[in-house]
Ligand binder design. Structure first.
Ligand SMILES: *[C@@H]1O[C@H](CO)[C@@H](O)[C@H](O)[C@H]1NC(C)=O
Ligand SMILES: *[C@@H]1O[C@H](CO)[C@@H](O)[C@H](O)[C@H]1NC(C)=O
Ligand SMILES: *[C@@H]1O[C@H](CO)[C@@H](O)[C@H](O)[C@H]1NC(C)=O
Ligand SMILES: *[C@@H]1O[C@H](CO)[C@@H](O)[C@H](O)[C@H]1NC(C)=O
Ligand SMILES: *[C@@H]1O[C@H](CO)[C@@H](O)[C@H](O)[C@H]1NC(C)=O
Ligand SMILES: *[C@@H]1O[C@H](CO)[C@@H](O)[C@H](O)[C@H]1NC(C)=O
Length: 681
């Protein structure tokens, strides 16, 4: 497991490099009892769901040091009172978790929080155990940790209640937690909260993240024997146990996903007998909005259920000035299945996806007992239709905002949801007519936000939205008028908040993850930032409007150029012809970024960057680290830059874009979209 501390270290060290502090790497030692079993279970899942009483009644056994929950399919052994998961028994397998670890390091909740500006790792070990519900059909148990001043500075000032639920006839278990900060308590920043599952490595080697991301994975020992690259997370495998993996790059961030697209991920055991799946039916607690991206499963047979994090998109949960704050994280469902059909490969994955759809349908769940988990009857709905009116497109008429992202989040400014993680967010996508319905919204006060793929900027509805329990808010038509001062003279890219449409190079042939060869997500390869210097050894990128093609000639990341000693800033040029320049009128340059990492973009218009002050600069921005984390987007930034007509000439013009900070490889931005608008007509 690797934890990382996200800070924008602009003081001279490139923080992701070997010398920087990215956290501790806890390696898993590799020797284990191979759990062997042969049974074939053909479950008739229909009858299971429709008739739970045909399954064994639940059993709860509490001993001095353990709590056992057993429904005849899954047997959960929890450590008392810490509330970690010591064993997940399934059918004949006594424990699918890795017995080589202590009982508190196999399946556990943990967090990263900030104390006096320093990130701290904290495994969440509780001090008190309670049975919340116990019937033949449902058991819910709780492990709590209660903070008070005498617990001292090394424990986050939070009350934490970890819950586990086992239901009759259900092949798995649920977990959620309630984090609470009472009024008057010291400030706290939460950087990360998650559940970690370390599975038995001898059993689970085949990882599945999505239909097109599935592969045999290296073990912890394979990684240990490997050669570490520019940061600890990335290694080249040398002498792996499975010779087929020889020479490949492994890095857990290569398997990150947009959380909205990743409701299930997990592992299939050798001989495809058992599947282990983390199913997350909702993101309402995640923060960061629909482009939030995070880790999934990774090498060493590890699966994560991420609840809070500032990776790629989002920020720490910042609880300040003694404010009261509370949030329910989860539940997530841990699903186990076994080989249903010998003759069909991948049945476990197909079955896991089916189960995921069932869990989504059941959301919000009706069984969690905490009154903080809000049930369906305490939630509301909002409907409406989003239209776009761009004064220089479609003759200024409104058109439906097709497949736009529309969401409710805490009141704030347009786009504030990207950096919001204290509250709950509820998002959906419009259909072809721009219509949307968001259901299961917790009662409360929100703003309605939206962004539309292919359209720049952020929409916010001007009124606060009050969602009451059981109510439907019918908003009718709402119109987004995106930023626009004049007709488009030229544009580069697609305004969709990613850099995916730009040129993504092939990786260095010695630094390849084979899964991503011939894959739609080429950007997941390691070290693409170094390819810039290979492609542009002497001269920086020049883009000629009308001649160049952004899919081929616009490098996806504005990175520093690697030179003999360190890295040098790169200055890119956009060359365009202008006729009929209206001197004395204002032109507008729209500069949309899909991500920034400790970067400063400076802009010159026709002036030589050497010896002239820039016309505009962003100032130092960004710490989402999307490029090093093999992402294609992070936080979105939009700059609208006024260009006086006197700056332009009849004939050939040049816009210079320079990323001016040069501490290392990762002072960089991903562009989303660039447009030059003529003056208002
Ligand atoms: C934390 O960092 C901020 C901003 O850099 C600084 O103002 C503050 O004094 C620091 N606090 C501590 C306790 O070091
Ligand atoms: C505060 O916490 C300590 C350590 O957990 C505990 O022993 C003590 O009883 C608590 N005090 C109060 C007032 O709750
Ligand atoms: C197993 O898969 C085969 C081939 O797809 C199919 O014909 C058969 O009905 C399946 N059996 C079960 C029990 O699902
Ligand atoms: C990628 O595609 C090329 C051309 O179709 C093929 O020759 C090559 O074997 C493929 N490589 C992998 C690793 O799939
Ligand atoms: C420039 O202006 C002239 C005169 O108004 C006009 O004839 C010509 O079409 C314009 N050219 C462009 C490219 O707009
Ligand atoms: C251009 O912008 C400036 C400042 O924003 C404004 O004062 C000026 O009136 C504008 N010029 C025109 C021709 O609109």
């Amino acid at each position: 497991m690797i934890l990382e501390v996200v800070t924008c270290n602009c003081t001279g060290l490139n923080y992701m490099m070997k010398s920087g502090a990215i956290g501790c790497l806890v390696m898993i030692l590799c020797f284990s009892v191979f759990l062997f079993f042969t049974s074939e279970i053909h479950t008739d899942r229909l009858s299971r769901e429709s008739n739970p009483s045909s399954f064994a009644a639940l059993k709860l056994q509490v001993t001095e040091k353990h709590v056992h929950l057993d429904n005849g399919i899954v047997k959960l052994t929890l450590v008392k009172p810490s509330g970690t998961i010591a064993k997940v028994g399934y059918q004949e397998v006594e424990n699918i978790l890795d017995n080589r670890h202590t009982e508190t390091r196999r399946g556990y909740w943990d967090m990263v929080w900030v104390k006096s500006n320093t990130s701290q790792y904290e495994a969440i070990h509780c001090t008190s155990f309670n049975v919340i519900a116990q019937t033949e059909d449902r058991i819910e148990v709780s492990f709590t940790s209660t903070w008070n001043v005498s617990r001292g500075e090394n424990v986050a000032p939070l009350n934490i209640d970890k819950r586990y639920i086992v239901l009759r006839g259900v092949s798995g278990f649920y977990s959620y937690a309630i984090f609470e900060h009472l009024k008057g308590w010291p400030a706290v920043d939460i950087g990360e909260a998650r559940i970690v599952f370390k599975l038995d490595e001898n059993m689970f080697r085949h990882m599945i993240i999505s239909d097109d991301m599935q592969r045999e994975m290296p073990s912890a020992n394979d990684r240990k024997r490997g050669r570490t690259l520019d940061f600890k997370e990335a290694v080249v495998l040398e002498n792996p146990g499975n010779p087929a993996l020889q020479g490949e790059v492994d890095d857990k961030y290569q398997y990150s996903c947009n959380t909205k697209d990743n409701r299930v991920h997990g592992w299939i055991s050798s001989e495809s007998k058992v599947g282990f799946w983390v199913i997350r039916p909702s993101d309402e607690f995640q923060g960061g909005g629909p482009l939030k991206r995070d880790l999934t499963s990774h090498a060493s047979s590890t699966s994560l259920a991420m609840f809070l994090s500032s990776h790629y998109v989002g920020v720490n949960v910042r609880v300040r000035n003694g404010e009261a704050w509370k949030k329910v994280l989860g539940p997530v469902f841990i699903y186990l299945n076994s080989r249903i059909n010998k003759t069909k490969p991948n049945t476990l994955w197909e079955d896991a996806k089916t189960q995921m759809m069932k869990e989504i349908k059941k959301w919000p769940y009706d069984f969690p007992a905490s009154t903080d988990y809000v049930h369906a009857d305490q939630r509301g709905t909002i409907t409406g239709r989003l239209l776009v009116r761009d004064n220089y497109l479609n003759r200024g008429k409104t058109v439906p905002a097709k497949f736009a992202y529309v969401g409710l989040a805490a009141p704030g400014y347009a786009g504030s949801w990207q950096r919001e993680s204290k509250g709950y967010q509820f998002w959906t996508q419009t259909d072809e007519t721009g219509s949307f319905t968001i259901t299961s919204v917790r009662a409360g006060k929100y703003n309605l936000y939206a962004w539309v793929p292919t359209v720049v900027g952020d929409f916010k509805h001007k009124f606060n939205i009050l969602i009451k329990q059981g109510s439907i808010v019918e908003l009718g038509d709402v119109v987004y008028t995106p930023p626009r001062n004049g007709p488009t003279l030229w544009e580069i890219g697609i305004a969709d908040r990613t850099a995916a449409e730009f040129y993504i190079p092939d990786p260095d042939p010695t630094l390849v993850n084979k899964l991503f060869i011939n894959h739609t997500d080429k950007y997941r390869q390691y070290g693409l930032w170094e390819r810039y210097a290979h492609l542009y050894p002497d001269q920086d990128l020049t883009y000629i409007v009308g001649k160049s093609d952004y899919r081929k000639h616009w490098f996806f990341a504005h990175v520093n150029r690697k030179v003999k000693r360190g890295y040098k800033p790169a200055t890119w040029k956009i060359i365009f012809d202008a006729t009929n320049v209206t001197r004395g009128a204002n032109y507008t340059l729209r500069l949309a970024l899909a991500s920034a990492q400790c970067a400063n973009i400076q802009v010159w218009i026709n002036d030589d960057p050497n010896g002239n002050l820039p016309h505009f600069e962003t100032g130092r921005i960004g710490k989402d680290n999307a490029i090093a984390r093999h992402g294609i987007h992070g936080l979105y930034w939009l700059y609208s830059i006024k260009v006086d007509g006197f700056k332009l000439v009849h004939g050939t013009n040049t816009i210079y874009l320079k990323q001016s900070l040069q501490f290392g490889a990762f002072n960089s931005v991903l562009y989303d979209y660039i447009r030059l608008e003529a003056p208002t007509t």
